[in-house]
Design a binder for this molecule. Structure first.
Ligand SMILES: [Zn+2]
Length: 190
């Protein structure tokens, strides 16, 4: 089932997600719905707050990037990089900061460069509640960092300089009012 994606301005996007247990109701169905919702919106990551739940859960599927010539060198790895992160905790971020032009399904039509460190060490449970402690780099770390921000109540626009923030302010105000055209299902606060 495709779920409406909450837009910028929805208070749920500002909540710090709480941990869930294996007994979380209909978890398997929820995860399936999140992947379906993300794919239908051509996204490569989706966090639970974006569909209205303040829990520590997000999904990543970067396989569409395997076709992109920018990622030729890691195409094989990207092709199979479809993961569920439950109760994730970033333990360490390291390496040089690099800029990437980020976007967000909750903030349509806004794309800005965001600086983040290149490597993360993260602890999480997968969809079967198996615990992992893994290191990720490159675009995979980037997508995870962006989604991880969501379960902390942070949006990529929070990372912008104050000048850039001023420049996107008008666009964000329009999004909050639903004054934006998107080809996927969204829910606006007003
Ligand atoms: Zn996002």
């Amino acid at each position: 089932m495709i779920l409406p994606i909450r837009s910028f301005g929805d208070p749920v996007l500002r909540k710090v997600g709480h941990e869930i247990g294996q007994d979380y109701p209909h978890l398997e169905e929820l995860i399936a719905n999140m992947f379906e919702t993300m794919h239908s919106a051509s996204g490569i990551g989706l966090a639970a707050p974006q569909i209205g739940l303040d829990i520590r859960l997000f999904c990543v599927d970067v396989s569409p990037l395997a076709e992109d010539e920018d990622y030729e060198d890691i195409a094989e790895e990207l092709k199979n990089f479809r993961k569920v992160f439950i109760n994730a905790k970033i333990l360490e971020e390291s390496g040089a900061e690099w800029k990437f032009n980020e976007g967000c399904l909750s903030i349509p039509d806004v794309r800005e460069d965001v600086k983040r460190k290149e490597t993360i060490l993260i602890e999480y449970f997968d969809e079967n509640f198996v615990k992992h402690t893994e290191t990720f780099s490159d675009i995979r770390a980037r997508v995870i960092q962006h989604e991880y921000d969501h379960i902390e109540g942070t949006l990529f626009t929070d990372h912008l300089s104050s000048l850039k923030k001023k420049l996107v302010k008008g666009k964000l105000a329009k999004i909050m009012q639903g004054d934006v055209s998107v080809n996927y299902k969204m829910r606006f606060p007003k």
